[in-house]
Design a protein around this ligand. Structure first.
Ligand code: HEM
Length: 255
């Protein structure tokens, strides 16, 4: 930790008159530590960074893998997403974060993928007081496991829930889904990384769809069996073949 502090302080406070650059989270933590060393201990900072890495990496990667798998099995949706990106961006610049709000179909694809394959399928909450859930009395301090997967794939709640239909979200605001769709959980303990994750997934998928043509390796459909684990992994990792789209070869080589 001592060497890390040294390297962070030398890269952020350069006295070379360089314009002030945005601080990384760890730099913010270390400057808070200078003011409140008893609260922002090394242990707290290290723990926070580990939680963010642990909670943010697998979930995001898994979501991207499921979504790409769904797109390979639904080539019309892949084509439609590619056309949406081409229509909005042309072929002279690579997709950027600021383009994402002009790509509603891409968002529908991500929502539909998160509905069918939520990266956190079961979320534990603890009752802070006695309450009633579905007619059951829940005493204070009880561990409740919310089965997000079951809610988001319940035929009483969603029409043809196991069918990939991004169009079901067209023209509908997320807020209107209430507790039917909550891949990031809900309430005070809901995922604090939601905004970052949606931008990251959108940007990664958008870039992959914009710049490459995709096909699955092997015969038939991509295997969509679910494995076991905290973050709903695919039982069989996705194997794909991609080719740069001719119009993007130049741009990619300059990127
Ligand atoms: C697609 C990506 C992601 C998904 C699907 C996801 C999903 C979730 C879910 C379902 C929860 C539990 C919410 C609840 O209990 O109600 C959660 C919690 C959490 N997530 Fe995410 N997450 C993602 C990305 C991220 C990222 C990028 C970060 C941070 C860099 C992050 C940080 C956290 C943290 C710190 C918690 C615990 C919050 C608490 O207990 O108060 N997540 N996430």
């Amino acid at each position: 930790m001592a060497e890390e502090k040294e390297s962070y302080s030398s890269c952020s406070n350069g006295d070379d008159g360089e314009k002030k650059k945005k601080k990384t989270m760890i730099e913010v933590m270390l400057s808070l530590q200078e003011k409140e060393p008893d609260y922002y201990t090394d242990q707290i900072i290290r723990g926070l960074m580990l939680v963010l890495l642990g909670a943010g990496t697998d979930t995001t990667a898994t979501t991207i893998e499921w979504t790409l798998s769904l797109l390979l099995n639904n080539p019309h949706a892949l084509k439609k997403a590619q056309m949406e990106i081409d229509n909005h961006l042309g072929n002279n610049h690579l997709i950027q974060e600021s383009d994402l709000n002009q790509l509603p179909y891409l968002h529908c694809i991500i929502k539909e993928s998160q509905r069918m394959y939520p990266a956190g399928p079961i979320i534990p909450h603890e009752s802070s007081g006695e309450c009633t859930v579905g007619g059951y009395r829940i005493p204070h301090g009880t561990m409740l496991l919310v089965n997000l997967w079951a809610i988001q794939n319940d035929p009483r709640v969603w029409e043809e829930p196991r069918k990939f239909m991004p169009e079901r979200f067209e023209g509908i605001e997320l807020e209107k889904h209430g507790f039917r769709l909550m891949p990031f959980g809900s309430g005070r303990r809901g995922c604090p990384g939601e905004g970052l994750a949606l931008r990251m997934v959108g940007l990664v998928l958008g870039s992959l769809i914009q710049c490459f043509d995709w096909e699955s390796v092997g015969e038939g459909m991509v295997d969509m069996s679910e494995g076991t684990g905290l973050t709903l992994p695919k039982a069989q990792p996705l194997l794909v073949r991609c080719r740069p789209r001719p119009a993007f070869v130049d741009l990619l080589s300059k990127a």
